[in-house]
Design a protein around this ligand. Sequence first.
Ligand code: DGY
Length: 320
Amino acid sequence: MKPAIILSKTLPDDLRQRLDAHFNVTDIDGLTPENLDKYAHAFQQAEGLLKSGGQVDATLLAAAPRLRAVSTISAGYDNVDVEALTQREIVLMHTPTVLTETVADIMMALVLASARRVVELAEFVRANGWDGSISPELFAIDVHHKKMGILGMGRIGMALAQRAHFGFSMDILYHARKPHSEVDSRYKARYTDLETLLRESDFVCISLPLTEQTYHLIGRDQLAMMKKSAILINAGRGPVVDESALIEALKQGAIYAAGLDVFEEEPLPMNSALLSLPNVVALPHVGSATHETRYGMARDAVDNLIAALSGKVEKNCVNP
Ligand code: DGY
């Protein structure tokens, strides 16, 4: 008898077939409270859950007494109550490696777009504003040879440092739990405390997960430490930045611009003040959203669930 699992995300055909070969799959269209009721019997039976978004919390765990493994198609797992899973000896699997280069690409894209005003100027052309030579009000600021401060020096932080140092001749500062001698020597990077990084950087780039320690790590006081010419980039998790404080800082010209892929509330509400500020580039949480990488994440998540439910976890486990 194949173990029963719940799948809350549509997968490419070949991956779906691989999943079907191992499990009895019940498809649901999202981990919503309504679906917990609607598919109550499937949750009762499920030994595995393969998911993308949605909360895995006490309510879901109560509905799924046989659950042994959760596999998330993401690197981040801030929407999962890891402690509750661990107490029940439920394994949590994620996809931390396959998206590294792709997320670093979007961070560099946000750096370039914000500094060179790419979105604003493209809109200017579309709006038929280009009727002569460009005046200094539309000039941008340079990226190359500037100072990039990276908050969080995990895989993505390193891939960003690689791009910035070798591609754009930038000086790298970073703040993380501890210094990395490899990073220091490879990218001539300097480990600093948070305040030094904020005061010195031309670009403050956030590549941090959301935890109790990182929630609102960047607030009013921290934004006030940044240079007026500095740009804030966030492709980690929205709540790492206090968004109201950021809006105030952008409105008052306390910082130059922001490039954001993540927000406190997603999807970003259309009435967010961020959307009325010309010095904000806002993306819809697409750091990993390329065909190649999203396929790779789904493939890894399928493999992770197969490994976890056969008791052969070797990698990608959050709570081994
Ligand atoms: C991740 O994998 O955590 C990315 O942010 C996409 O959700």
